[in-house]
Design a binder for this molecule. Structure first.
Ligand code: HEC
Ligand code: HEC
Length: 518
């Protein structure tokens, strides 16, 4: 009798707990794949705009009321909860204005529909999506290429003049904008440098620029295309400089390094361990959405992606992805591929994760967007410890491009530098305050800083972000972690605003001239 009573009590407790958990789950602002899929189908039953192919099953489900999740209510007024989106479905381009939490930290290697339907879904969605993305970008940036006279990247590509970001209509000049306080800029909604989102944040993953796709058509995505024009990207293929062979200049002779040609080029120049590392960097392996399974964004299956498919020649082709370190996907920051040049001098890797060693970085399962669970279906990269060591060995000899005007102290040689460059250097070390975070041989302090950019617009804060080195900066447009600053002029205007420097037009030109010498 007593045992029965205990059993009954237990059952009541367990059922209660189950209902409680379930209710909590229903309250989430974000949602998982299946749930979103069903909800979207149900939502459409209420005769709203359809984004799912008609052939899909439409389970009868009540539409969930969106309520702020209990555990992460925001302190910022004006943010909205992330909308309900199916995997692969369109996401807002102003994602900075949303918040919320996902139903789960884990994703699934199973598509929400059959692969053929998935292809059709994206064939139907892609043109409209990319049209909207291009319009959005054109509304934010003037991409008419204006070349800076006599300014070239290390391999000879012309450098664009800016700012490319559009000045809001009711402002006469950048100086007038900089006269406003952060609160005024926020109130009038005139901040030109809001974050950039991935065009399709619901699947996200790497997007390659057109110059890369032209040579590597196997990386053409069915769902999205690139959204920044070629003149505003790094040169391709970029030169490669080695700390161990400074006398040789560009060791690639203008070629793109591939698995097929690397051995010919480097045999007798590298140590066996560096050679092994280079091989690893050029060897494709399956990634989250580029692989042999149906969980992919290419028409044909492929063997995947190599490190140097983004970090081409140890530099960057401007491919972008999402930082792996947050959930839901819609909260992940867009990240522009950084150059690996000069990594030997960095103490901190990755925009947000503050990874402290090259070995650690190479080993964190980068290709799975921070979701090792996906390896079950796709297969792991399986890099051995010696492979990781090799990658780091090679990574550690990638040098910055020459900066012939800098002395061993990292200062401009007055005999070689122009007046404007020298004035720019003074501003960098003086009223520009740049040196406070950008110093040393790579012009980086190796700290993370919270620039509090959200002071200038209603948006979710991006939090502390690692300082970027400025050595070789002319070779790596676009700038900032998400590439929202298309030119060095944009970067100068950005910091002029963020740090409230109120530099004159001449000061800003001189500062840009200086940055080009680094
Ligand atoms: C999408 C193309 C892409 C591929 C492929 C790729 N990376 Fe990256 N890499 C990035 C992006 C984007 C970042 C910036 C990540 C961040 O900020 O969180 C990055 C950051 C890094 C960094 C840190 C650099 C810094 O300045 O903080 C290292 C080191 C690196 N990658 C090495 C590798 C290695 C090794 C591989 C192969 C295992 C690889 N990457 C493959 C795009 C790529
Ligand atoms: C308080 C520290 C701090 C100061 C002062 C500062 N920066 Fe930065 N800088 C950063 C951080 C942090 C980033 C990376 C931010 C991000 O990616 O969101 C950065 C990034 C940059 C970039 C983009 C680099 C790239 O590869 O994308 C440029 C250019 C730059 N800074 C120039 C300047 C100039 C010029 C000044 C002075 C007018 C300056 N910075 C002052 C911290 C600082």
């Amino acid at each position: 009798m007593k045992a029965k009573l205990i059993q009954a009590t237990w059952m009541i407790v367990m059922v209660g707990l189950g209902v409680g958990l379930h209710a909590g789950y229903q309250d989430y602002g974000g949602r998982d794949l299946l749930e979103s899929f069903q909800l979207e189908a149900a939502r459409k039953k209420t005769s709203e705009r359809s984004i799912l192919p008609a052939s899909l099953p439409r389970p009868e489900l009540p539409v969930e009321k969106v309520v702020p999740p209990r555990t992460n209510a925001t302190t910022i007024e004006g943010l909205s909860l992330y909308p309900k989106v199916v995997v692969g479905g369109r996401t807002p381009l102003d994602l900075w204005a949303y918040y919320g939490r996902g139903a789960s930290s884990f994703s699934s290697p199973t598509l929400p529909m059959r692969f053929e339907e998935w292809l059709d879904f994206h064939r139907a969605q892609q043109p409209g999506l990319m049209k909207d993305v291009r319009e959005h970008m054109a509304s934010r940036y003037d991409f008419t290429p204006a070349i800076l006279p006599k300014a070239f990247m290390s391999g000879g590509k012309p450098i664009m003049a800016g700012p490319a970001a559009r000045l809001p209509k009711d402002l006469a000049s950048w100086e007038e904008l900089a006269d406003l306080t952060p609160a005024e800029i926020r109130e009038r909604d005139v901040f030109p440098f809001k974050p950039l989102a991935h065009p399709l944040q619901s699947t996200a993953h790497m997007v390659f620029p057109d110059s890369w796709i032209a040579i590597h058509p196997e990386h053409t995505r069915i769902d999205v295309g690139f959204d920044i024009p070629e003149p505003f990207l790094p040169e391709f293929p970029p030169p490669m400089y080695l700390t161990t062979h400074k006398e040789m200049g560009d060791v690639t002779n203008g070629q793109e390094l591939t698995f097929e040609n690397y051995y010919q080029i480097f045999d007798g120049l590298l140590t066996p361990e560096q050679m092994e590392g280079l091989k690893e960097l050029l060897q494709p392996s399956p990634s989250l959405w580029f692989n042999q399974t149906d969980h992919r964004l290419t028409e044909e299956p492929s063997s995947g992606i190599a490190c140097f498919d983004c970090h081409v020649n140890g530099h960057t082709n401007g491919a972008f992805d999402l930082a792996p370190d947050s959930r839901p996907n819609m909260a992940r920051l867009r990240v522009d591929t950084p150059s690996l040049r000069g990594n030997y001098n960095l103490m901190q890797f990755s925009t947000k994760r503050s990874i402290r060693s090259l070995n650690h970085f190479a080993g964190v399962g980068e290709f799975f967007g921070g979701d090792p669970g996906m390896q079950q279906a796709i297969g792991s990269r399986g890099a051995s410890r010696s492979a990781l060591n090799g990658i780091s060995e090679f990574n550690a000899i990638l040098d910055y491009p020459p900066a012939p005007k800098l002395t061993p102290l990292g200062l401009l040689d007055p005999d070689l530098a122009s007046k404007s460059e020298l004035r720019g250097e003074q501003i960098f070390y003086g009223e520009g305050r740049c040196v406070q975070c950008h110093y040393g041989p790579a012009f980086v302090d190796d700290y993370m800083h919270d620039l509090q950019v959200e002071r200038f617009y209603v948006g979710r804060p991006e939090g502390p972000i690692k300082t970027s080195p400025l050595r070789g900066i002319k070779d790596t447009p676009p700038y900032l972690h998400d590439g929202r600053l298309m030119t060095l002029d944009d970067a100068v205007e950005f910091f002029n605003l963020i740090l409230q420097l109120q530099l004159s037009r001449q000061d800003k030109q001189d500062l840009r001239a200086y940055l080009l010498t680094l």
